[in-house]
Design a protein around this ligand. Structure first.
Ligand code: PLP
Ligand code: SF4
Length: 339
């Protein structure tokens, strides 16, 4: 356990934490900053009540001023449609409650566990499948990590630990590094994976210390970024991703197919090409999980398959992510094959 002393408290917060704390949490401020008036958008305060607005500054900087259909804005703007009830869209579409074997652990995939290392996120994505997840019951303190890690220690079949959340990179480097040491000390664990959207919305999160630590681990380490649209990437991402890659970390990307955001061939192929240019390998393209309040983002399966066929015809195989859907109770993602 690390004890917070006065010396720690007086240390300047890391850059990314300062950026994080200045995030936009107010609808009017968001619209003002983008030179949009509330009439331009059917945005809704009511939709934000149980899932608040949260937009970090660097993510806002990537949006186009004055564009009410900006693909980044649409990912974070509360809409009236979120409060509509639609058949089949439920609060726990993946039934993760059942796979929640221990506080802070989800064990539903063979050989790998998700460790819910942090409960919050740096951005609130309106389509998120975890917008209703019981994070409160899963907020794990550092003492509880020990218990969660005991589960990993006792299960020799677990060879990969996936840090998840919320967003695991919400942890400060010091806390994250302690957790990594604990995982490295479990002999049968071979791989460490971090699923995060934080370096996407705040690239400053990839601190030199973090990059070095991940590169130096005895575990084979990968980071799965969640990037949905090429406009999310900037020159700073290019630099930091390059350093991460040079440190020996595999960088993958998982995108969600989202209506009016990335459901066009040109957007998906540009995304794959730009990712590769940025040292990131396209990994998954996910169909939306049927989560309550997100139905307006859905792209029907037949349309997704059509897009996928076109993507296959246009790109080299290694730039085509796997098109998948997560089905509750299944121990792996289900591939959606084009007919
Ligand atoms: C699918 C998924 C995993 C597991 O992915 P595999 O690559 O199939 O092992 C882990 N974390 C998140 C957030 C996922 O969506
Ligand atoms: S960062 Fe990921 S987990 Fe967090 S709200 Fe967005 S999609 Fe959901």
């Amino acid at each position: 356990m690390r004890i917070i002393t006065r010396t720690d408290a007086s240390i300047e917060p890391e850059d990314w934490r300062r950026i994080l704390s200045s995030s936009i949490r107010d609808l009017n401020e968001l619209l003002e900053r983008l030179n949009l008036s509330p009439e331009d958008l059917p945005a809704q305060q009511r939709a934000a009540l149980d899932f608040p607005i949260l937009v970090p500054e660097p993510f806002l900087q990537q949006m186009t001023i004055g564009d009410p259909n900006d693909p980044l804005l649409l990912q974070v703007l509360p809409r009236a449609a979120e409060t509509e009830l639609v058949n089949g869209y439920i609060t726990d579409p993946l039934a993760e409650k059942h796979a929640n074997v221990n506080r802070g652990i989800i064990h539903k995939y063979h050989g790998r566990v998700l460790l819910l290392a942090a409960s919050g996120c740096a951005v609130n994505c309106r389509y998120c499948f975890r917008r209703h997840f019981a994070y409160e019951d899963n907020r794990i303190s550092r003492e509880e990590w020990k218990e969660a890690l005991d589960y990993v220690r006792q299960n020799k079949s677990i060879t990969e630990v996936i840090l998840s959340g919320g967003d695991p990179l919400m942890l400060r480097d010091s806390a994250l590094f302690e957790l990594i040491v604990e995982i490295e000390n479990i002999p049968h664990v071979k791989r460490l994976r971090i699923h995060s959207r934080l370096p996407v919305v705040i690239p400053q999160r990839l601190t030199a210390e973090l990059i070095r630590r991940l590169g130096d681990s005895r575990l084979s380490t990968s980071v799965v970024m969640h990037i949905n649209h090429p406009s999310e990437l900037s020159e700073l991402h290019r630099d930091r991703f390059k350093e991460l890659r040079l440190a020996g970390v595999l960088i993958l990307n998982q995108a969600v197919l989202l209506r009016n955001i990335n459901d066009k061939l040109i957007v998906l192929s540009d995304l794959s090409e730009l990712l590769f240019e940025f040292n990131v390998v396209p990994y998954y393209l996910h169909l939306l999980d049927p989560v309550k309040g997100a139905h307006h983002f859905d792209v029907p399966e037949h349309e997704a398959q059509q897009l996928y066929r076109e993507l296959l015809a246009r790109l080299p195989g290694y730039l085509v992510p796997k098109l998948v859907r997560e089905l509750s109770g299944k121990a792996n993602k289900s591939p959606i094959c084009p007919p």
